[in-house]
Design a protein around this ligand. Structure first.
Ligand code: 5FU
Length: 258
């Protein structure tokens, strides 16, 4: 694989504040691990985030699966983001017309734009979805990832869909900071490549999820960040597992650098 520049060197090339912050802290904390804390009780999410926080660059949430979501949960999560120095990514996958996503992003009971540094969107509706999210996100210095590829079997995000998604990103660099993808799809150093569907042991789950290892993702597929859910949160000891994924992901990055 071709040699790459370090996360911190890349941070200096980036104009978006969220990308700069993320790349900088990745090198400081020596981690390219995002933990997807897909638990359904607010207290369980908070307790897991406090445990794995030291080993991650980012925490990914699905707040709409939390049964007792409240603004108190948001306060605790954002306090932990300061304590452990990580970025918050709400995996909302917006996929509607601009006027609707604008309201879904800013309002309802979750008020995602108020606390999530990063959210994401499908490009199925066309660039209007970005126009809507941007109106809310830009003044708050938020970033958005576009879903260019998915990890699940038989998904339709491929070929021209993926290429058009890269074009939409290129036209919206003030707000779009990268992609959810399975491998690098752009040469632009300002775009982050973030990859879910990562485990050290299993190859798939019972509902179409496909897994690759941290090393494959970072070294062979040239992605920047690994997202791990059940591989860590359902492990016997999530802290031991988080350390193992952090080590596997970061050593693959070091190998790519050498
Ligand atoms: F966009 C995607 C995708 O293509 N695959 C995913 O798995 C998102 N995900 C999310 O990453 C999914 O919604 C889960 O929150 C997480 C993967 O969790 P796992 O437990 O590691 O399979």
């Amino acid at each position: 694989p071709r040699k790459i520049i370090s996360y911190s060197e890349r941070a200096r090339l980036c104009s978006h504040p969220v990308t700069r912050k993320l790349l900088t802290l990745m090198e400081e904390k020596r981690t390219n691990l995002t933990v997807s804390v897909d638990l359904t009780a607010a207290a369980e999410v908070i307790s897991m985030v406090d445990k794995v926080g030291p080993y991650v660059c980012m925490i990914k949430t699905h707040v709409d699966i939390i049964e007792d979501f409240s603004q108190d949960f948001v306060r605790k999560l954002t306090d932990l983001a300061v304590k452990h120095n990580f970025i918050i990514f709400e995996d909302r996958k917006f996929a509607d017309i601009g006027n609707t996503v604008m309201q879904q992003y800013s309002g309802g009971m979750y008020r995602i734009a108020d606390w999530a540094n990063i959210t994401n969107a499908h490009t199925l509706p066309g660039s209007g979805v970005i126009q809507g999210l941007k109106q809310i996100g830009l003044p708050k210095e938020r970033g958005c990832l576009l879903i260019a590829e998915m990890s699940s079997s038989g998904n339709l995000c491929s070929g021209d869909y993926t290429k058009e998604t890269v074009k939409i990103a290129e036209g919206n660099k003030d707000f779009v900071i990268g992609f959810i993808c399975q491998s690098a799809i752009s040469d632009d150093p300002e775009f982050l490549h973030i990859t879910p569907g990562v485990q050290l042991s299993s190859r798939k789950d019972q509902m179409g999820q496909n897994y690759v290892t941290p090393r494959e993702v970072i070294l062979n597929h040239k992605s920047d960040v690994i997202i791990v859910g059940r591989g860590i949160i359902k492990a016997e000891d999530p802290v031991v597992a988080a350390k193992a994924y952090m080590e596997a992901g970061y050593s693959a990055y070091m190998e790519r650098m050498s």
